[in-house]
Each structure stands twice: as structure tokens, then as C-alpha cells.
Design a protein around this ligand. Structure first.
Ligand SMILES: Cc1ncc(COP(=O)(O)O)c(C=O)c1O
Length: 419
């Protein structure tokens, strides 16, 4: 018999194996100073393109004031206990009602975290006779929720209608045998590449197939749609989404999340959502903070307008300079370049050290081998100066990538990695 930890000593996992080369720089970097368009990385100012503070609320003076006042009033503990037992308050209810109204649903229910809440909601919505159909590029919280499912599940090719139909056909056959139903799950916006889920076309399929539709709109909430109600509003199909989910971790610049649906569905989830039944309630400081933020989403359209001004300037500028930004239909701005992982590391280092640009980097196995994805998140706090500086820096790094500078700089790492 082996010691349980043997595998841990031998295999650190697909990312963990790079810890020595990457930690503190490419992974677990420390961004310091107030959350904004410019922060400090290793003591130097950088333009930050990797923070999901879409509307610039994280450090907005009104938000900071509301958070401080709520903390002074309630501390960080109140209320103690799970919602069902001793953690329920008028303000939790008020926030739920306001969130439901904002996303045009009858009712809403708060979750402590998006990730954990999504896992738990999937778990609560299906039983072993049901079938789940979901996008192969779904966020980890969807994948992990599906992992809890005891019945059948099918993935479809990313945003591919033909594959969706094929898998709905398969799911229908299974469900007819088991006597269960079908849950189809998509994201409103896919966070890596920025495409919107094909919500409208999926909802059209309800005419042909019997399924319920669950949408994770983490990146759409607050950024898309006329009022900011998200991808469903943007595509004019919010009514066709049976269960809507969004986190407070992005546009709301906080912690927490919610689901919204018909009253009867929320009533059921209230009594069956294990993440809320067996965990402490969302703290009041976060509830009051979320009420303030939601009020700002409702009453300050200028925040979303400024965000989109910046998105359009950044994405338009990149396209005009011939960069491949894929098929984004949201604020998420990917830039695809050709290169190896060692080249990508040299390039990112150059961007940070010499150009003062901080953005996330995504490489194989998340995207195909030989591609480098620089993922940028514009926010309402960025300025035209930030954007122009960044565009100029991107011109320079592309030139260096193409003329082999990064290949030379990374030769030693490449050799060590056997690339
Ligand atoms: C698509 C998506 N769903 C869910 C989550 C998880 O939300 P949270 O950070 O609130 O746990 C995230 C990341 O924050 C996300 O990008």
C-alpha cells in the first residue's frame, strides 16, 4: 500500500509543477495599492488589465464609505448562523428583492460565493434521473457542480448549435427512459474568450426540446444589456432563462452571488440549497455593500457608458493595429499571439518590467499549443492614456516576438522544458 501523499510528493499537478519558475510572478503575483487602473507590482507602477472591477466600484469613494459604515455598524460577524437557522434579516430579503427586480425575475436568493453557490444550485436542481447538457468550455464551478450529479451528463462543443441539438437529442432519449428532465447550462459571457453564450438560439430550441435553461452570467451582469441586467437582456431573452446566476465578484466588486428565477423555483431552492442551508449566511457588511453597489448600477449609467467607451477604444485600437482579438462580444478582451510557453513568459516579463503593463496570460493546455492569449479586462477606471500606452506596448512586444527576441531570451528555459 502507498502513502496517500506519495502522489503529491511526485506530481504537483499541471500548474503546480511550474511553481518554482512561476510563483510570485506569473502566478500568485502581488498587486498592491488601492484597486484601480494603475497599481504597484514589485514596487513599480503598472497599468492593471487583469482585475474584473468592470464598473470601477472597488475603490469608488461612495462604495468605500458605505462599506466602512456597514462594518462599523455590524462588524464582520453579523448575522451568525445559516439563513434557515439564525442568519436571516430584513436586509437579506431587501437585497434579494432588489436583485430580482434588477434582472427582471420574480425572486432571487443570495449565495455566499459564486463558485460554491453554482455548484450547490446545480446539485439542488437535478436528481439522478435528470440529464445535464452543458458547454465544454464552462467555468470550473459549472464543471464541479455537474461532477456532483449522479445521473447522465453530456457536453456540447463550445457555443455550437449543431452540437447542442445533437446532445439535446441524446439527453431526451435518456430522460425518456429514466423519467427525468433536462437542465441545459451555458455562460452568459465566456470569461476567457469573451464570447456571449448563444442564449437566444438556445432558448429558441425550447420549441423543439423540453429542457430548463440555467445561465451563469458572471461577466454579463452589470456590463451587458440596456440596464446592465446582463447577457439575457442584451439578447432580449431574459424571460427564456429559467434560472439566472451572477456573482458580486466582478461588476459589483465584492463577494457573494445570487440566483434569480420564478418565485416557486426560489422557494424550492431556499429549502434545498445545501451551500446556504449548511453554511453561515452572507455577512451584513457584504449585504449592505451590495445594496449600495446595486443602487449605483441602477442610478449611474455613466459607469457602464465609460466602461464601454474604454472597451471600444481598446478593442478598436487593437483591431486597427492588426491584432487578433478573436470573437469577443463583451468587455473581455483577448489578444492572441503565436508563440511557445517560454516565449510567452519572456513576453509577459517584458510587458511588466519595461512597459509597465500587467495583464493575465493564458497558455496551453487552456488554449491550443503554440498560442499565447493575453487576456485584458477594461474597466470604467481606465483612461485613454492607459489605452494608448498599452496599444503602443503591444506593437512593440509583437515586433519583438516576431523578430525572435523572446525566443533568444527564453532559450535556456526552453531547453530546460524540452520545448
Ligand atoms: C463564469 C464564472 N462563474 C462563477 C465564478 C465564481 O464566482 P465567485 O468568485 O463569486 O466565487 C466566476 C469567477 O469569479 C466566473 O468567472
Amino acid at each position: 500500500m502507498r502513502d496517500l501523499f506519495d502522489k503529491i510528493y511526485k506530481d504537483k499537478g499541471p500548474l503546480g509543477k511550474w511553481a518554482e519558475q512561476a510563483e510570485g510572478y506569473f502566478v500568485f503575483p502581488k498587486l498592491e495599492g488601492p484597486i484601480s487602473n494603475r497599481m504597484k507590482f514589485r514596487g513599480k507602477e503598472v497599468i492593471t488589465w487583469s482585475i474584473n472591477d468592470y464598473l470601477g466600484l472597488a475603490n469608488h469613494p461612495e462604495v468605500r464609505k458605505a462599506d466602512a459604515e456597514a462594518a462599523a455598524k455590524y462588524g464582520s460577524a453579523y448575522p451568525m448562523g445559516a439563513r434557515m437557522m439564525s442568519g436571516h434579516t430584513d436586509l437579506h430579503e431587501q437585497l434579494q428583492n432588489e436583485l430580482a427586480a434588477f434582472v427582471n425575475k420574480e425572486a432571487a436568493y443570495l449565495l455566499n460565493f459564486g463558485y460554491q453557490g453554482m455548484v450547490s444550485t446545480i446539485d439542488a436542481l437535478v436528481s439522478k434521473d435528470d440529464v445535464i447538457v452543458y458547454d465544454v468550455d464552462a467555468h470550473a464551478c459549472i464543471i464541479d457542480g455537474v461532477r456532483l450529479h449522479l445521473g447522465q451528463r453530456f457536453t456540447y462543443k463550445h457555443n455550437d448549435m449543431e452540437s447542442i441539438e445533437k446532445n439535446l437529442d441524446r439527453a431526451t432519449k435518456v430522460a425518456e427512459k429514466t423519467g427525468g428532465g433536462i437542465l441545459l447550462i451555458s455562460e452568459g459571457v465566456f470569461g476567457m474568450r469573451g464570447e456571449q453564450g448563444r442564449l437566444k438560439e438556445i432558448i429558441e430550441l425550447k420549441k423543439k426540446y423540453n429542457f430548463r435553461f440555467f445561465v451563469d452570467d458572471a461577466h454579463g451582469f452589470g456590463t451587458l444589456g440596456k440596464t446592465g441586467a446582463g447577457a439575457g437582456e442584451e439578447q432580449g431573452v431574459q424571460d427564456g432563462i429559467d434560472v439566472y446566476f451572477a456573482t458580486f465578484a466582478k461588476s459589483m466588486a465584492s463577494t457573494g452571488a445570487f440566483i434569480a428565477a420564478d418565485q416557486e423555483i426560489i422557494n424550492y431552492l431556499k429549502y434545498n440549497l445545501r451551500s446556504q442551508m449548511f453554511a453561515k449566511s452572507l455577512q451584513m457588511v457584504l449585504v449592505e455593500g451590495a445594496l449600495k453597489r446595486l443602487d449605483m448600477l441602477r442610478t449611474m449609467p455613466e459607469l457602464k457608458n465609460k466602461l464601454w467607451e474604454n472597451v471600444n477604444a481598446l478593442q478598436g485600437g487593437l483591431k486597427a493595429r492588426g491584432f487578433d482579438i478573436g470573437t469577443t462580444q463583451s468587455c473581455v478582451t483577448p489578444v492572441y499571439l503565436q508563440g511557445s510557453i517560454p516565449e510567452a513568459m519572456a513576453l509577459v516579463k517584458d510587458l511588466r518590467e519595461n512597459f509597465g503593463i500587467f495583464c493575465s496570460i493564458v497558455v496551453y493546455p487552456v488554449i491550443p499549443k503554440g498560442l499565447i492569449l493575453l487576456r485584458m479586462i477594461p474597466t470604467a477606471t481606465h483612461t485613454m492614456e492607459d489605452i494608448n500606452e498599452t496599444l503602443n506596448a503591444f506593437d512593440a512586444i509583437r515586433e519583438r516576438l516576431q523578430n525572435g527576441t523572446y525566443k533568444r531570451l527564453s532559450a535556456a528555459v526552453s531547453a530546460a522544458m524540452g520545448e
